[in-house]
Design a protein around this ligand. Structure first.
Ligand code: F6R
Length: 611
């Protein structure tokens, strides 16, 4: 993970770099640093453990003005979070590098460089890059030539930026496996891991492609591809407002993003629904023809996005009869997979840069799948650019590390996919499709109504603040909803939470249940309700405290040890989307009570671009 920003300008770039880092904190935030070249030709740096605010304060006390700089916010992979391990890394006084990714052959490089007399001051893999570059510059004095030679020796993934005191009119950048984008200004240019970092200075961007090296100067840019040929890459003009990334009146981004769900779900639906049908062409021009051939679906994703895929399996098999498998990307990519030739390969990702999901897609492209489809929130991401078909979730920037609106919009996109496949294959009854299209149109209103539960959920959250363990139960498509609820709670409140299919309780986990272990469950009024009620009795009989989010017609009421929070009625097939919201609110309020860092929980990062 980690975030990179760089700038070359006539003006002082220090504030631009700090603002960029703040916007990249979602990628990691255990230490931050900046290296700046000033007009006197000195290369100086400042690094701090912790968030960018600590670095900003340090620069307030001891400013580092200059026209050329690179900066980094870190999510530790090699070496603990410490000032010595924080980027930028230097070789001598002349050369600085920032890096996102992992250099797999760093041990071998380190030994070689130590034999050459280089002294390492950090435990990072990154420091090998800067010393190797320093060594190569002795043979190839032009920074671009030297970097081209160095990347040929690196195994692994990198997005990196380099500056040199000896060549202060340029930033060199290289991308392989980690995203990088050049920001184009007037008489000034920039580099970053994500355009979000640079939206305050430009709205024009060039995405570097795999293997690209860029030579960024104040008023020119040159890019070489992996073969070393000079290439022109398309300039993308951004239009969406920069305010989308502001917190506004909300105390946390997470709360803002929970409350945005009615509006963003509306956006996910926009342009994708006809009067009674899903518009299959919304998935891309080839979708109509391709979807008619699909006999099987393989979904691959990580974390919350994986949970969305698990819900989709219930929908796909029930509504279309198409067999569906779902797997976490980090497992899928390392096993031998038997591929059905008419199988659609679907990836789900908020960021579109998750290393394991991206690697699984890249393997799948040569494994005989019919086609690949990305369900993704970032239109310019690697996942989108490398897939045959795309459905964007259009949730807008998600800043809170714990995914909320990205998940519900993924679910909506997956239900659209289910309906589109069912129609293309002729296995979905048109009346059923029309009924679900109507239910989808009503969904933004249903989500607005469910947000009205906020106060009731806040009250219930007090039950959890002192607890150390919780169980989440669900049946059918609510089982992945329970998994998502448990993930949210553990992520931001640090309370151990596990999810089980409610019917599995008596096969082991019931042994854990006592009055100290709240059991949370979601109970829409569906065919499994009576079975779920029996499972809840099993918990009550062992003294467990139950918190039940239940349909008002579910016939569940408050009683001793049973706390029922009523959820507005919803079409049973859309219940996973609606019942997710009270679980998001629950984890949010518990985290606030516990005083944790809600938007940036410990040890995590928003975009997981390392495996
Ligand atoms: C949890 C969370 C993560 C992500 C996972 C995949 O709240 O956000 O579990 O879902 O890291 O990320 P994307 O969806 O960007 O591929």
């Amino acid at each position: 993970m980690c975030g990179i920003v760089g700038a070359i300008a006539e003006r002082n770039v220090s504030a631009i770099l700090i603002e960029g880092l703040k916007r990249l904190e979602y990628r990691g935030y255990d230490s931050a640093g900046v290296a700046i070249c000033n007009l006197a030709g000195e290369l100086r740096r400042s690094r701090r453990i912790g968030k960018v605010a600590a670095l900003e304060q340090a620069l307030g006390e001891e400013p580092l003005p200059g026209h050329l700089g690179i900066a980094h916010t870190r999510w530790a992979t090699h070496g603990v979070p410490s000032e010595a391990n924080a980027h930028p890394h230097f070789s001598g006084e002349s050369l600085a590098v920032v890096h996102n990714g992992i250099i797999e052959n760093h041990d071998e490089l380190r030994q070689r460089l130590e034999r050459l007399g280089y002294v390492f001051t950090s435990q990072t893999d990154t420091e090998t890059i800067v010393h190797l570059l320093h060594h190569t510059l002795k043979r190839l004095p032009d920074l671009a030539d030297a970097l081209k030679a160095v990347v040929g020796e690196l195994h692994g993934a990198y997005g990196l930026a380099v500056i040199s005191r000896a060549q202060p009119d340029r930033i060199l950048a290289a991308r392989s496996g980690s995203p990088l984008v050049v920001g184009l200004g007037l008489g000034e240019n920039f580099i970053a891991s994500d355009p979000l970092a640079l939206r305050q200075v430009t709205d024009r961007f060039i995405y570097l492609e795999e293997g690209d090296i860029a030579d960024i100067r104040r008023d020119s840019l040159q890019i070489w591809n992996a073969a070393g040929t000079t290439v022109q890459r398309e300039t993308v003009q951004f239009h969406e407002s920069a305010e989308a990334a502001e917190k506004g009146e909300y105390r946390h981004y997470m709360l803002k993003e929970i409350f945005e769900q009615p509006r963003v779900v509306q956006r996910t639906l926009e342009g994708r629904l006809g009067a009674t049908q899903v518009l299959v062409a919304a998935f891309g021009p080839q979708a109509v023809e391709l979807f008619a051939r699909v006999r099987q679906v393989q979904i691959v994703a990580c974390g919350t996005s994986y949970h969305a895929g698990m819900v989709a399996r219930y929908w796909l098999e029930e509504l279309t009869g198409i067999p569906c498998q779902v797997e976490v990307a980090s497992e899928f990519r390392y096993r031998t997979v038997a591929v059905h030739p008419d199988s659609l390969f679907v990836t789900i990702s908020q960021s579109g840069e998750t290393a394991d999901t991206l690697a699984a897609l890249r393997d799948a492209r040569s494994s005989g799948y019919l086609a690949s489809l990305a369900i993704c929130n970032v239109g310019t991401s690697s996942l989108v650019r490398e897939s045959d078909l795309v459905l964007l979730t259009n949730a807008g920037p998600e800043i809170g590390v714990a995914s909320t609106k990205a998940f519900t919009t993924q679910l909506v996109a997956l239900l659209l996919l289910t309906l589109a496949l069912g129609r293309a294959r002729g296995t979905l009854d048109p009346a059923r499709e029309a009924e679900l299209v109507a239910a989808l149109r009503a969904l933004p209103g249903d989500l607005q109504a469910v947000l009205g539960m906020d106060k009731a959920v806040e009250q219930i959250s007090a039950l959890f603040a002192e607890k150390h363990h919780t169980l989440f139960l669900g049946r059918g498509a609510q089982y992945p909803v329970a998994m998502e609820g448990a993930l949210k709670l553990k992520e931001i409140s640090y309370i151990h939470a596990e999810a089980y299919p409610a019917g599995e309780l008596k096969h082991g986990p019931l042994a854990l249940v006592d009055s100290d272990m709240p059991v949370v469950t979601v109970a829409p009024n569906n065919a499994l309700l009576e079975k779920l009620k029996s499972n809840l009795q099993e918990v009550r009989a062992r003294g467990g405290q139950l918190v039940v989010f239940a349909d008002r017609e579910a016939g569940l009421e408050n009683g001793e040890g049973v706390h029922v929070v009523q959820v507005p009625h919803i079409h049973p097939l859309l219940a996973p989307i609606l019942y997710t919201v009270p679980l998001q609110l629950l984890s949010y309020h518990v985290a606030v009570l516990k005083g944790t860092d809600v938007d940036q929980p410990r040890n995590l990062a928003k975009s997981v671009t390392v495996e």
